[in-house]
Write a protein that binds this ligand. Sequence first.
Ligand code: COA
Length: 315
Amino acid sequence: MKILGTGSAIPRKVVTNDMLSEFLDTSDAWIVPRTGIHSRHVITDEQLEDLGTKAALNALEMSGLSVADIDYFICSNVVGEYVTPSLSCVIASKIGLTCPCVDINCACPGFIYALDIAESRYLAGKSKNILIVCAEEPTRMCDWSDRSTAVLFGDGAGAVVLGEGNNIKGVELHSQPDVQKIWEKRVLEKTPYISKEEENVPLQMRGREVFKFAVNASTRDVESLLSSLGMTKDDVNYYMVHQANMRIIEAIKQYLGERDEKFPTNIGDHGNSSSASCPILLDECNRKGLFKKGDVLVFSAFGAGLLSGVAVLEW
Ligand code: COA
């Protein structure tokens, strides 16, 4: 497939590190060197589905396709206000889409998992034009009195419209299932038959272990896919790495032995927006005119699961 259009939408509210230190025992001086995050966009009175809808409409407008041309819609989302119907159905109802809608929950690498599903359907002859929306509100998953997680995340939505083409050169997905590294639990409705003890547990993370997983998974995935495609790092123009943490990105850059200019980033004013981070970064770079025809973009993302994925695209 080929990316025909990109879009994104972010909440209005900007929360700086200094604003966090008004109610958390933290500081700009602690957060910036460890994460690269200066501020993040946080959902207030917006609905996540409205951000997803706006991102989708922006991508559709750029693609030149109409809603009626889209024959499959994938939404990547970890958590939203609706349990059912799926977020893809909620967004579809707002933009008048009537094609099949599916949600995936693959945490931060969700965009790459969605690209894989899209490309597989296209190659199977089942779909021609596919919409992907990654819409996430991880700030609603954290305990805002826990400084070890609350400072890391931001909300937003990113979207792409894919159509006919031969520009997705390859996708590789990996899992290393481990529930204890990043997790959150919700209590469901009570029934007369439930006797087990249950409690809501906000997002928990073993930061240092996740850091190591992220750097190892990303460098392994990138090198493995490039090699199976018969490409080298010299062929790559840009690495579009999941914006989780500037130190993770710096470590990946160092292990790959690559130059700063190949790594566009927006972590500084977005924080980690889970699966929305790659398509938001893509849209921002695209609208700035960063990419030229023929450029090779490598997407790499990693997160809860533990899951990771990499995709090579020609622009
Ligand atoms: N402000 C001030 N101090 C903080 C803090 C904050 N926001 N968060 C943690 N600390 C403190 C801890 O309480 C601890 O204090 P102690 O030594 O008195 O117990 C100290 O800083 C060190 O904590 P630690 O968790 O070991 O810090 P770290 O150097 O590993 O940095 C992360 C924490 C989260 C920045 C780092 O582990 C990381 O980047 N991990 C990857 C996270 C990530 O990106 N996850 C998503 C992947 S999809």
